[in-house]
Design a protein around this ligand. Sequence first.
Ligand code: EPZ
Length: 423
Amino acid sequence: MDSFIINGGKPLNGVVKISGAKNSALKLMCASLLTDEKLVLHNVPNLADITSMARLLAHLGVKLGTGDDDITGNTLTMHSDEIRELSAPYELVRRMRASIIVLGPLLAKHGKARISLPGGCAIGARPVDMHLKALEEMGAKIEIAEGYVIAECEKLRGADIYFEKVSVGATENSLMAATLADGVTTLHNAAAEPEIVDLCECLSKMGAKIEGAGSSVLKITGVEKLHGAEHNVVADRIEAGSFIIAAGITGGEITLENISAKTLGAILPKLKATGIEIEEKENSLIVKGNSIHSKDIITEPHPGFPTDMQAQFMALMTLADGTSTIQETIFENRFMHVPELARMGANIKISGNTAIVKGVTKLTGAEVMATDLRASFSLVLAALAAHGQTKINRVYHIDRGYEKVEEKLQKLGADIIRVAEKA
Ligand code: EPZ
């Protein structure tokens, strides 16, 4: 298992190109199952999770390739004209929960699917009950047996679906299923994340009829069939937010390319309020660190402050000029970075779903452990700002969601190396 060794205390300066969003690309890949024609995706990040999804799709019979003249390595083609398998085994699903998103497309296009239940994960129990309930409301018969979701239908039919809480995954599964259903489906209390808007845009290019993208009500009028399309994956707002904090916490100046301010929603005003200077250009941002002011956050579905930025924001607050409260409302166990940050000198107390962070004047290097994707980046941020050397173990988590992370950080002047170690 690889580790990072980081010698902190250097301001990061330079230019970083923001990659395509993992959480959009994964679902766009699933959308390829809805058509017999070819789907071409550009700006796909090269990440462990993308490889896991590619493996799953290949298992189902999808023909995957790279672009003919693709010099970036970020183009992916998928052709689902010969699906031979409608079952996703545990071995493939357990690596990545997003695998459950093949359920809606398989059911809508092939009338059958058998998908291993993803099970809990480090940040919370993460059930899929709302995915299943929505598909049942569209006419699917679903049973759970031997750890699998076994779903069947004649033809899905449009329905009025009310989600009891906002769920990105349940919205995506139902949205994709609805594109090929008979009649109109309305999703109420739907998720409105930029990645959902991206999925709606791609599905519309494929011939789907969708109204309300980016709002809490999605109206989908089912069509007979979808066709091929070409689509650019939206930029990764979480990677961008993470690099903005890298400038903020190290007192550096970074230009982020390939990202527009409007994709970042609530992230930008909150980071500006902490003192980070952010100049917005058409498709780039120039950010500059300053003294850090304490600010409170509550994580919420979009357009609120995203849970996927909570850990990185907390790293910034450990060095702020006062006390901040950080309330996590989306996942029940997303504070695993707290004891690790404390090992580096942070002053954080947890009370229920709230962390109270008292800013300290310095962090010091220590040996710490990455526990999940975003927690890992929060430790990288703390290590970049800390005095001395930090060793971060189990960085495979970070490889799931941050493309070429140490390369990008090294280019900005960070003293970071990867050390391969035996498991
Ligand atoms: C997506 O997960 C993202 N993953 C997560 O990013 C992100 O944190 C999350 O949305 C929230 O923004 C991908 O896109 C692959 P949810 P998802 O369904 O879809 C509960 C990262 O770091 N819920 O919106 O699984 C659930 O337990 C990852 O990149 C149910 O109760 O999240 C949670 O408390 C981590 N029943 C809340 O809803 C359901 O059927 C929101 O989860 C579904 C969800």
